[in-house]
Write a protein that binds this ligand. Sequence first.
Ligand code: BDP
Length: 688
Amino acid sequence: GHGYQAWLQVEGLNRMELSTELKGCYEKLLSHIVITDLTLTSHPAAATAVDELKKLAEARFGITPVVASSAELGAGIRLTVSDTSDFNPNEEALLGEEGYRLSATSIGQETGRLTVTGGSPAGLLYGTFHVIRLLLAGEDVSMLQLVERPANPLRLMNQWDNADGSIERGYAGNSIFYEQGRIHADLSRVRDYARLLASVGVNGISINNVNVHAVETTFIQRHMMPEMARIAAIFRAYAIKLYLSVNFASPVELGELRTADPLENDVRNWWAARAEELYAMLPDFGGFLVKADSEHRPGPFTYGRDHADGANMLADALAPHGGIVVWRCFVYNCTQDWRDRSTDRAKAAYDHFTPLDGRFRDNVVLQIKNGPMDFQVREPVSPLLGAMPRTNQIIEFQAAQEYTGQQRHLCYLVPQWKEALSFETYAQGEGSTVSRAVSGQLHNRPLGGIASVSNIGDDAFWTGHPLAQANLYGYGRLAWNPQLTSEEIADEWTKLTFGSSEQARTVIHQMLMSSWPIYESYTAPLGVGWMVTPHTHYGPDVDGYEYSRWGTYHFADRSGIGVNRTTANGTGYTAQYREPHRSGYESVTACPDELLLFFHHVPYEHRLHSGKTIIQHIYDTHFEGAEAAAQLLQAWTGLEGFIDSETYARVQSRHEEQAAHATHWRDVINTYFYRKSGIADERGRKIY
Ligand code: BDP
């Protein structure tokens, strides 16, 4: 169906209309696929490149290209890899492993050609998908001359899929990988997912939840290797490496050792043996993803060891085979005493990890959530990013929208991710953005990049809300090139997904761009976060987590609201930032409005830079937000007939839910704060 094709719409109503001229030009190009060196196709990613072009030609244009090896002049698409043909050391250096060059000559004429030169077969595949995206979007390729290479070496997708087929924080159906404790017999859907991921440059995937339960703990055992090899082969064809989340206490939980102490020789040997077995079957296995000492998961703390000891032990096991350890920094006390105001969850990751700078192996990379708390609609950027010059880091995003509407509400997250990536850490003075810190550029690190928690399941539209596909697309594009703007990405995606109707494109583009601010406006105000239903995290419950042990509080009382994180008389979290952020956040007058309640506890009558009081801001944004959510629905309703009916209906029902749910949010929040503060709405609107 339409939704299943996602942004590679080759058939049906939504695909981009092409002018006769453009169509003729594309058809000429696709008539011949010339591979300069046929031995190239023994490499799976290069074979896929040829295959994808053939599929495009057949499905979109109804033609069967001639695939040839000769380099004779003539129209067509020419595929080559820089070190197998016209060897040129400069070109190789320029393209790197994953880069590519696209170069057009005399397009439109009999001899018109488009040459894709990859730095490797993987680069060739990325270049080919670039061409495919251009042709599907109806772009003019006649003057094409460009070189692309990814900014980030690691561009990872994290599945939070469980072997029983459920997905932790999954809002798009069940797992496409597992069912009832087993790996699916039919993995064709996994192949289609791999294709979508590769088409936007993702190069690694961990296929099981970071919370590793009993069944998934066995995934690294010998008997599972053939199953893992089956999955790895699918991803290999799309230049994507397979990773597994592992349980730190595996040797104990599998009943093989009495300890998982990372400094014990038996333990070290045990992991080394597992790595041997893995690599015997999976020579290009990526490595392990680890959630340790976090939310009841086992870790090195059990044995009085620190996280460098734990990560390095696994890193040493993987190093001889070229594997890496992705070690998560989501480490905090989830059973804190809410009566004790001196602990601040926001401080935990920085406090745990910065003292370990310089101690991690070169094949360890720390994975750090974008904010210090947990994927809220608004958080400051984690001060840990860029703060460990001698350690590899990657930033973690959550496409899944756990706290941003769960793919029932529209929330295009690319603008939020862009803010995090362009944040100045000042680690090396100006220009020390998070983007440069995680790419490895800033501190000259051998590894770095971006990871995202996936947002797909076995849903017909992949992502529940069809427009949430923009987050998956946008994640990949941004991980490849963080310089792209949110608008550019939205533009590319809408063209590819809803190309046929200009009307649909314009409206959907606007819907995407306005969606994050809208969601923010009717949910938790001014950076304070949470206020959600415990466990499900969907829908409002202002005090749901206020007296619990998770460390997520708003401290609203009759006179004010917010968390005092200053060094003056608060938790001291602001000290984790470099200047000028430190003083900026510390000062109640300098602090940006949108983060005020993350950093300060202020009276309801406190005036924001906007000129409004806190309480009036809460009322106004919640009325406006619910109104804007209703307008999203209206805007969508106007598109009936412009796009296919299944997509139309699914989006329509999501927006009906969002509009109704936004008024619920509005009324719960406004009423709560009216009753707490006793201050009436200046504009006299109805508050319950
Ligand atoms: C939180 C989720 C929880 C995850 C955890 C994590 O609520 O389900 O296990 O993050 O990132 O957002 O480990």
